[in-house]
Each structure stands twice: as C-alpha cells, then as structure tokens.
Design a protein around this ligand. Structure first.
Ligand code: CTP
Ligand code: ZN
Length: 153
C-alpha cells in the first residue's frame, strides 16, 4: 500500500503495541487488560485495518503500560497471531509473538454453575488449553467461542 494511503496512528513513547490481533478482537483484548478508557494513559485502537498477513487485523497502542504473563496467556487464546511490541523512548525494544500456554490458572471462570470452582470455598480455576478451546480441570466443561466473557483477571 502506498504510504499516503496507510492508516497512520501516532507512535507511542513508552508502552506496548499489540499488533496482529485477530480482526474484531481488540475490545476483548482491552477487557483482558482491564482497560475501559477511564484511565489516564492514551490508547489508540485500530479495528479491521488491512494486513498483508491476516487480511484484516486489530491493533492496540497502550501508552505507559506493559503486560503481565497471565494477561499475555489469556490474550493468546483469542488472538493467537498477536505480536507484543514493547516500546521505550519511541523504539521497539522487544517484540514477541504470543504463545498458547498449556494451561491457564486463575484467570477464567468456569461456565458450569455447579462446578466446584464456583463454590464459595476459594479454589483457583484451572483450564487445559486445547486446539479449539479450553477445558475445566474440575468438571471437564469446555469453553470455545465465549472465552472473553469468562475472564476473571
Ligand atoms: N510503534 C509505535 N510506536 C513506536 C514504535 C512502533 O506505535 N514508538 C508501532 C508501529 O507503528 C507498528 C508496531 O509498533 O505498528 C511495530 O513496530 P515495528 O516493529 O517498527 O513495525 P514492523 O516492522 O512493521 O512490525 P512487524 O514486523 O511486527 O509487522
Ligand atoms: Zn468447571
């Protein structure tokens, strides 16, 4: 694409650029990060922008914020192609592709209301990551398309 036809969003000084997010998933990624726009930092969201590799993608630029490993783990479930770029003083100092973890602990709630992880007794939720979803270790309930709705972080 010729440079004058590209979408231009300001570069950030310090923070994280989450690139190559599955098209349409950036609002769910923000939910994972607990960002709702009430924060002080600036945030740029590009949704369904053209991408050579993905056809269309979302991109998020979060000023002044880096991500924790558990946030990246959950993010990988809904945006498996995402790239996490850490920016310091305008330069990309680190670029990582997300990796699907083998399990996610303490970040998703089980959709099965009778599951022991939903009892009052606090027990940490545990899900095994499969190719097409995640499976609760306690009750074997499988969560496929609605992962973002069950994020507890
Ligand atoms: N970026 C930014 N602010 C900076 C530096 C980079 O917003 N100070 C953004 C770029 O606009 C780009 C992403 O971070 O969307 C990754 O930057 P870079 O690695 O320079 O771009 P590419 O080489 O195109 O990335 P990739 O190879 O991962 O597609
Ligand atoms: Zn369960």
């Amino acid at each position: 694409m010729s440079p004058d036809r590209e979408l231009r969003v300001s570069k950030i000084r310090n923070g994280t650029v989450i690139d190559h997010i599955t098209g349409g998933q950036s609002l769910n990624v923000l939910a994972i990060l607990g960002i709702d726009g009430s924060e002080e930092f600036s945030l740029s969201i590009g949704m369904n922008v053209p991408s050579d590799r993905l056809g269309r993608k979302d991109i998020l630029k979060v000023e002044g914020r880096e991500l924790s490993q558990s946030e990246v783990d959950v993010l990988s479930l809904i945006a498996p192609e995402a790239t996490i770029n850490i920016v310091r003083d305008y330069e990309v100092v680190e670029k990582n592709r997300v990796e699907r973890p083998t399990e996610v602990v303490g970040v998703l709630s089980c959709p099965n209301r009778n599951c022991i992880s939903n009892d009052d007794e606090p027990v940490e939720t545990r899900f095994a990551v499969m190719d097409d979803g995640v499976r609760c270790d306690y009750c074997s309930e499988i969560l496929r398309d609605r992962i973002a709705e069950h994020i507890d972080v």
